[in-house]
Design a protein around this ligand. Structure first.
Ligand SMILES: [Zn+2]
Length: 661
């Protein structure tokens, strides 16, 4: 398996992809050393990943049991959702990002044992789906069996295993499986054109092409992109209930799509996979469609937290029942927002790909918004409890919640969720952020995500580049980057200036860099660098009030608090006892002050300010109103991601705003 790739061990090994401007570093080239991401990685290494492993390998999660049963090593029933195999592979992938940094051989030994069982479960022709095999329910029966979702994570996990370890025991199973898929889908029975919603397999097949250089995997990925929108919207033997039309991105062929539609996760996986196909083929119709979809998702359907999927159950038009997905432009409910953790993460995944393809920092801005807000909210401070849905407001009595553990809309993070797609997705993301922190331009390096780290990689010409980044971001706005080693010839350092950073300053060796620093763009620092050169970036960490577009009815006359990339919320433990979250109004012209609390909620900067309470005294739907009697309080606002770590609470991001109070 020879490779012309400069960085073949990247998460997305796009260093030889013809239609990419910023390329990935190898896994392990960047290591967190201090601050936010170092702390989260440590929690992933010590708690999140091992704890999740004990759930999934034990009887609660039952995922490993499913493989053992399918392999004939154990008796029992298939349990968990039909996509449980895929979620187990995601946990295995998370283990590999941890191993890439800590080189703990026990992790690999355990994975080898599991891979051996997976190999025994795989059928001779390459098919693998434990539920279908155990239940003998039949292959390619209904699209909701999620066969291709499981395929995607099987292949993706195997590639990361190969890239990190050089071992082929998992990759061999993945290739056997991908070869089987090729025989099923090229050519394919007409009925199969509906398959491939929730298509993690497209991204994985492009990566398999990148590693093996076997073009048939790229061809298969392109087939899965092109198949969307080729079936009628009628119900079909393969399509149960409402899984038709826009819900599964099957109403409009992708190349003709004009907006983000349907299930938010399956959409973002499709569009991420299509972006990977574009990176290899340069298919203009694909990138033009993705531009339209990005604009729709980001500018008309995305929450201030970077979250996607405005509703659990809704409708787009009379033929488009929508489940866990996108609805109309600017229709942005707070308390009933679905915002599945996976959807938010997949938004970052889509933007990561567009960042590479376009080289524009606005995509990294979205990634950052997701990471600090709508992704991180999915896990508790202790690393053992999970949110699935992530509304921007929670007030008691807004909904009936089931005690049953498969509830995806829970008032508290759950220790286990029957539908377990989000937790391993989030943990693998936390474990791999270092792989997103930097990219490589044609002759330089781009700083995408800030955090204390050391980078040790090669520029695309093969010359070594070593950097040390020091910062306490996102709590402080100073970022210092020292060149430890580099080539003698000139090269560029691209620094992302977030769109919110109105007055960022860049200096080199203590002197103003003399460059035009524009919010929302990379600033390019091009010169002959030497070891010891230091770049200083000062980002203004002002506390900003954010309002929505006037067409967002749900936030009219309301504001959210944001400091740097972090969105804040007010939560009932910080309010006088008995205060309802809907009583809280923000005094916008009173000072808002940041205060760092190292021992609070895992170490956060809180915002303090003044709020006014207007108790709700009636339950009538409509009533006459007179100027209310407000009660003034000193309020504390916490990072949205850190809410619900102090018992069952009410919370809101957007609050009614009062001026001149
Ligand atoms: Zn999920």
């Amino acid at each position: 398996m020879t490779s012309i790739h400069k960085h073949p061990k990247a998460i997305n090994a796009n260093s030889a992809s013809p239609y990419v401007k910023l390329r990935s570093i190898n896994i392990g080239d960047c290591r967190w050393t201090e601050g936010f991401w170092a702390e989260k990685f440590k929690l992933a290494e010590e708690v999140m990943v091992p704890h999740m492993g004990s759930l999934l390998k034990g009887d609660i999660g039952h995922a490993y049991n499913n493989f053992k049963i399918a392999a004939g090593l154990m008796d029992g029933e298939a349990k968990g959702m039909l996509w449980h195999d895929g979620d187990f592979y995601k946990w295995m992938e998370a283990c590999l990002y941890i191993y890439a940094i800590n080189k703990d051989e026990k992790i690999l030994a355990e994975l080898d044992e599991i891979i051996d069982v997976i190999g025994k479960a795989q059928e001779d022709d390459g098919y693998l789906h434990t539920h279908v095999q155990i239940n003998k329910s039949g292959r390619w029966r209904v699209i909701t069996d999620h066969e291709l979702y499981n395929s995607g994570h099987l292949i993706q996990g195997a590639l990361i295993h190969y890239r990190v370890t050089g071992k082929t025991n998992w990759l061999d199973l993945a290739i056997k499986h991908a070869d089987y898929l090729y025989t099923v889908f090229e050519p394919r029975e007409e009925r199969l054109c509906r398959f491939g919603f929730n298509p993690s397999q497209i991204m994985a097949l492009v990566e398999l092409y990148r590693t093996t250089e076997n073009k048939k995997y790229l061809q298969l990925a392109d087939i899965f992109v092109s198949m969307r929108g080729t079936a009628s919207m009628d119900l079909h033997e393969t399509v149960p209930y409402w899984f038709t039309g826009d819900q599964i991105q099957n109403k409009t062929p992708l190349r003709e799509e004009v907006q983000a539609v349907g299930h938010a996760v399956t959409g973002m996986y499709l569009w991420s996979g299509a972006a990977d196909v574009y990176a290899e083929t340069g298919d203009k119709e694909i990138i033009e469609a993705l531009d339209r979809i990005w604009d729709s998702a980001t500018n008309r359907k995305m929450y201030v937290t970077g979250a996607l999927g405005q509703c659990h159950h809704g409708a787009y038009d009379d033929k488009n029942m929508i489940h866990e997905g996108f609805i109309d432009d600017y229709l942005m409910p707070n308390s009933t927002a679905y915002n599945e953790t996976c959807a938010n993460i997949s938004n970052a995944m889509f933007n990561w790909r567009l960042l590479g393809i376009k080289g524009e920092s606005k995509y990294a801005d979205v990634m950052e918004t997701v990471l600090y807000n709508s992704a991180m909210v999915g896990i508790s401070e202790d690393g053992k409890h999970y949110f699935y849905a992530n509304p921007l407001r929670f007030n008691h009595g807004q909904r009936e919640y089931s005690d049953h553990c498969d509830c995806t809309e829970s008032p508290d993070r759950e220790p286990y969720i029957e539908c377990f797609c989000c937790p391993p997705n989030l943990v693998r993301t936390i474990a791999k952020v270092s792989g997103w922190a930097y990219s490589l331009s044609d002759n330089g390096v781009a700083v995408n995500i800030f955090g204390g780290n050391k980078l040790d990689t090669q520029l695309l010409d093969g010359s070594p580049i070593k950097l040390t980044q020091r910062t306490n971001y996102p709590w402080e706005g100073s970022v210092s980057i020292t060149i430890d080693e580099c080539k003698k010839e000139a090269f560029e350092v691209l620094l992302r200036i977030p769109a919110w950073a109105d007055s960022a300053k860049v200096a080199i060796n203590g002197k103003d860099a003399g460059v035009d620093v524009k919010p929302g763009e990379f600033v390019t620092l091009s010169r002959e660098w030497a070891a010891g050169d230091t770049i200083s970036l000062e980002l203004p960490m002002s506390i900003d009030l954010i309002e929505g577009h006037p067409r967002i009815e749900e936030v009219r006359n309301q504001v959210a608090i944001k400091r740097g990339p972090v969105v804040y919320a007010v939560e009932s433990p910080d309010l006088p006892e008995g205060t309802g979250i809907l009583d809280v109004h923000l005094c916008a012209d009173k000072p808002l002050v940041a205060e760092h609390k190292a021992d609070f909620l895992g170490g956060v900067t809180v915002v303090k300010g003044t709020a006014m309470l207007r108790p709700n005294e009636t339950n009538s739907m409509y009533r006459k109103v007179k100027k209310p009697n407000y009660k003034t309080i000193e309020a504390q606002f916490v990072p949205y991601y850190a809410w619900s770590n102090r018992g069952t609470a009410e919370m809101t991001v957007f609050m009614p705003v009062l001026w001149s109070c």
